[in-house]
Design a protein around this ligand. Structure first.
Ligand SMILES: O=C(O)CCC(=O)C(=O)O
Ligand SMILES: [Fe+2]
Length: 215
């Protein structure tokens, strides 16, 4: 039976953008999508991030999990603010609405069993980076998918640095996939499989990053 026929019988609407993400994840373990959020949603998130940053609501990002964290500037230099879905502004509520819609889709079509999520704003000042790492912790393997949405200014250029580099294992060793953090771009990848890094930033770099988790 054709997929759309099946969806019709299940009273389920196929979402081409989510289908692209799922296919990319199956084929290459990561996906780069434009248009996951509208331009005005991205602009609103960027403003909201900057307002919180100017209010001193950010803290130096740490490594390790939330219980067992250490601030290590030689590993990562960004500042973050965790978002609380139950207590956030209207802009962030709209963000979570989209994320929840995506999670429902994943759970219905791929039986991913995503039960939890966590997201934070991130700001990388000039000169900072995040060394090569994996997004899972020794004592916590619940992170399944990493999601990064870039909130940089509209005129972001490759010369601004801050590329996300994903290291893809292949037969010869590995391949470097270099991704520029253009505004509105969303990158989704398998948290447990793909090591990655943020190359040194030359102009303040803005994003919202999070994880979809099981159990
Ligand atoms: O901002 C990015 O491109 C990736 C950030 C990252 O790797 C992380 O926060 O774990
Ligand atoms: Fe990461």
């Amino acid at each position: 039976m054709a997929q759309d026929e099946l969806f019709e019988q299940l009273d389920f609407e196929c979402n081409p953008l989510y289908e692209k993400v799922i296919n990319d994840l199956i084929e290459q373990r990561f996906s780069i999508v434009e248009g996951f959020f509208t331009e005005s949603e991205v602009a609103a998130l960027r403003n909201s991030l900057m307002m919180a940053y100017e209010d001193d609501d950010f803290k130096k990002a740490a490594i390790g999990n939330r219980i067992n964290e250490i601030v290590e500037k030689s590993v990562r230099g960004d500042f973050i603010k965790w978002l609380n879905e139950a207590d956030c502004g209207i802009v962030e509520q709209q963000f979570f609405k989209r994320i929840n819609d995506f999670i429902d889709y994943l759970n219905k079509t791929c039986f991913m069993g995503i039960l939890y999520k966590e997201f934070h704003y991130a700001l990388y000042p000039e000169g900072t980076f995040y060394k090569r790492h994996l997004d899972t912790f020794l004592n916590d393997d619940r992170r399944k998918l990493s999601i990064v949405c870039y909130l940089n200014n509209e005129d972001w250029k490759p010369e601004n640095g801050g590329e996300l580099v994903i290291y893809l294992p292949n037969n010869e060793g590995e391949e470097e996939v270099v991704i520029y953090p253009y505004p509105g771009r969303v990158v989704i990848f398998e948290s447990q499989l793909l090591e990655h890094e943020v190359r040194p930033v030359k102009t303040t770099r803005l994003s919202i990053t999070g994880w979809l988790k099981t159990r």
